[in-house]
Design a protein around this ligand. Structure first.
Ligand SMILES: [Zn+2]
Length: 121
């Protein structure tokens, strides 16, 4: 009886070990993705700071004007939440709705005319 119990326990331990290995691999992948996203975010922050410094210096814009424009853009989706939610468009051909991040209708392939150079804005 004890031998059978030991075999069942060994099998369970093997299953748990396999699950731990999968979870460890997923955690490593997620950590690598977070690291890549942080690097991209830092590069974008640097580019934004440089662009804003150029605009301030060359066009004389103020921080208050920037903050006001940020509020206006934030409200385009109807919510003052500090985020830019993707807007939706209606396809002129099939009338289905889709995100503005697409250049063509994802359902029928019709090109989306007059899209924004910045998806979601
Ligand atoms: Zn369509």
């Amino acid at each position: 009886m004890s031998f059978l119990w030991d075999m069942a326990q060994d099998e369970r331990l093997g299953e748990v070990g396999a699950k731990v290995a999968v979870a460890r691999s997923q955690a490593q992948t997620a950590a690598a993705q977070v690291e890549q996203l942080e690097a991209r975010l830092e590069a974008l922050q640097l580019a934004n700071a440089a662009m804003w410094a150029l605009l301030r210096e060359r066009l004389g814009l103020s921080d208050a004007e920037l903050i006001d424009k940020m509020r206006q853009i934030d409200l385009l989706d109807g919510k003052a939440d500090g985020k830019m939610s993707p807007r939706v468009l209606e396809c002129t051909a099939c009338k289905r709705t889709m995100s503005t991040r697409f250049r063509r209708c994802v359902y029928c392939g019709t090109p989306i005319a007059g899209g924004s150079p910045f998806p979601g804005v």
